[in-house]
Design a protein around this ligand. Structure first.
Ligand code: HEM
Length: 516
């Protein structure tokens, strides 16, 4: 009895000390409403719509308070930063991700999103070479082909009134990403479209639910929960699919004497999927070992050999899983916001059409890599959507050593949310910050001078590796959809929910009719 009483007294004294101790003069302002023991934990309960509304409020409050704010998850301190310069400082000094990325580590392991900084540095250098403009240019024909398929699929919905466009865009982006990453052939695609995509979507929901239920952050409780059982079941489905793809691709490459079937240099327009590049890298390393690297080797392979590192099978899967997961949801959700925005702004749609007709007057022609460079208004529209609707509104880092900012010090052992939404809604964008105005991207006199003003793809060294891939794909999609259809929508009815990626709940508010 006396032991229990002592523990109780100790807890009460600790809590009183914790809540009554004077705050450091270098601590940033605290968000209102914290309670003893649980901090702000009670405020995040609710569905994912509530979660987004709550995050939006915190980001706004941080903006009002000058760009740095503190909230408490129980006794754990979480800083919320909306100032672009302070974000850059944290992003480049704290390269390790926040503890809740660990939730996704069972699946993505050392893929770029979840890897420790020490592993990330080498792998990122190696993989960057697979995302150069030169490599991306080889994907443009495949993207054109798949975008034509999207238009064919959407034709049945013409004149049928508002429909939910999400599944069409998910299948479309997933197909392009898995073709260019995994080299999947059409006949194998259905397992990705159906089993993998469904499992991945459910898995992300599992991670969100765990993030929201603070007690499930403790592994000892989570490991005994039904959510953990669900996670294991989904991981098994997804691992089996990707492992089978790698085994098949490796044997196809061997049969073709190590020449990628998607890539035949004599035939323009063919491409080499990332998986083939990585498998060949492993194979060529085996052949050449550490001897001098022949000049004819691909840059990707050569870069890896110079680094004296090749990926093992596990790492290959982790990187591919990460590419697919990081790419399809972000890109398809951004496209939904693009359609909602241009569907609600017919004048913007007309300007897009005019630009397309100037760049490529023949409606039946493919869009080339040169055309893409000239589609500057289309790019401004996409960037404005990324700014205003921030599909990835925040990323988070672990503060391992005290970090000095301009006015505050972030304490070691805490977590920091870098609010990309906050940067996009910062007053540097001007009094019309909350308006959809693609023209602002050409208004040199009033455009923010801060180099990190546009942070939708992340700020600092650990930014998005797929930025150009995503922009290319989204530009092509907008061209094909606008040259074929009048798109209408009503963005005033927009509601969003937070699933790590921000999702438009009203994905069904799009209608299309044919253009003359
Ligand atoms: C509109 C589409 C996209 C948006 C808004 C977006 C946004 C972002 C952001 C904000 C980050 C930083 C995440 C963090 O620090 O936790 C990131 C990282 C990443 N993204 Fe994207 N992304 C998009 C598309 C893509 C695509 C198409 C790919 C792959 C083909 C991709 C692959 C990745 C990877 C691998 C990382 C981790 C990079 C690293 O840590 O080195 N993303 N993305």
């Amino acid at each position: 009895m006396s032991v229990i009483a002592s523990i109780l007294i100790f807890c009460i004294v600790f809590i009183l000390w914790f809540w009554l101790r004077p705050r450091s003069p270098n601590a940033p302002p605290c968000y209102p409403g914290a309670l003893p023991i649980i901090g702000h934990g009670h405020q995040i309960f609710g569905n994912r719509k509530h979660l987004w509304k709550y995050l939006e409020k915190i980001f706004q409050y941080s903006l009002e308070k000058g760009g740095v704010l503190e909230v408490w998850l129980a006794t754990h301190s979480v800083y919320v930063i909306t100032d672009p310069d302070e974000i850059l400082t944290v992003a480049n000094t704290c390269l390790n991700k926040a503890y809740f990325y660990e939730f996704g580590k069972e699946y993505f392991k050392n893929g770029l999103i979840t890897s420790e900084a020490s592993i990330w540095r080498n792998h990122r250098k190696l993989l960057d070479v697979a995302f150069t403009q030169k490599v991306l240019d080889t994907f443009v024909d495949e993207m054109n082909a798949q975008t034509r398929v999207l238009v064919t699929n959407l034709n049945v919905l013409v004149d049928k009134g508002p429909f939910d466009v999400r599944q069409y865009l998910i299948n479309y982006t997933l197909k392009i990403v898995s073709r260019t990453s995994l080299g999947l052939e059409a006949k194998d695609q259905t397992m990705i479209d159906e089993a993998y995509a469904d499992a991945l979507e459910d898995l992300i929901k599992v991670y969100c639910e765990r993030a929201q239920k603070v007690w499930l952050h403790l592994s000892c409780i989570y490991d005994r929960s039904s959510l953990r059982k669900k996670q294991d079941y989904l991981l098994k489905i997804m691992n089996n699919i990707i492992d089978a793809v790698i085994v098949k691709r490796r044997s196809d490459l061997k049969l073709n004497n190590n020449e990628s079937t998607q890539c035949d240099k004599a035939k323009p327009g063919k491409f080499k999927p990332a998986l083939d590049q990585i498998l060949q890298l492993v194979d060529k390393h085996h052949v050449f070992n550490d001897e001098e690297i022949p000049e004819t080797l691909d840059t990707f392979v050569a870069a890896a050999l110079e680094e004296h590192h090749v990926f093992n099978d596990g790492e290959i899967r982790e990187h591919l899983d990460t590419f697919v997961a990081a790419a399809y949801d972000t890109t398809s959700e951004t496209l939904i916001y693009v359609l909602l925005a241009i569907g609600s702004h017919p004048e913007v749609q007309e300007k897009i059409l005019k630009e397309i007709q100037e760049v490529q007057p023949n409606k039946n022609e493919d869009i080339s890599k040169y055309d893409l460079l000239r589609l500057v208004y289309v790019e401004a529209v996409i960037k404005e959507v990324l700014r205003l609707y921030s599909p990835l509104p925040g990323v988070a880092r672990k503060i391992e050593k005290d970090v000095k900012l301009k006015n505050y010090t972030l304490r070691a052992g805490s977590t920091c949310i870098l609010s990309l939404y906050g940067v996009a809604h910062h007053s540097m964008w001007g009094p019309d910050v909350n308006e959809f105005k693609p023209e602002r991207w050409f208004d040199v006199a009033n455009f923010p001078t801060n180099p990190n003003a546009f942070g939708a793809f992340g700020i600092g060294r650990r930014n998005c590796i797929g930025k150009q891939f995503a922009l290319t794909l989204m530009k092509l999609t907008v061209v094909y959809l606008v040259r074929n259809y009048h798109i209408s929508s009503d963005i005033s009815k927009l509601e969003s929910e937070y699933d790590i990626v921000l999702k438009a709940v009203s994905g069904h508010l799009i209608s299309i009719t044919y253009r003359e």
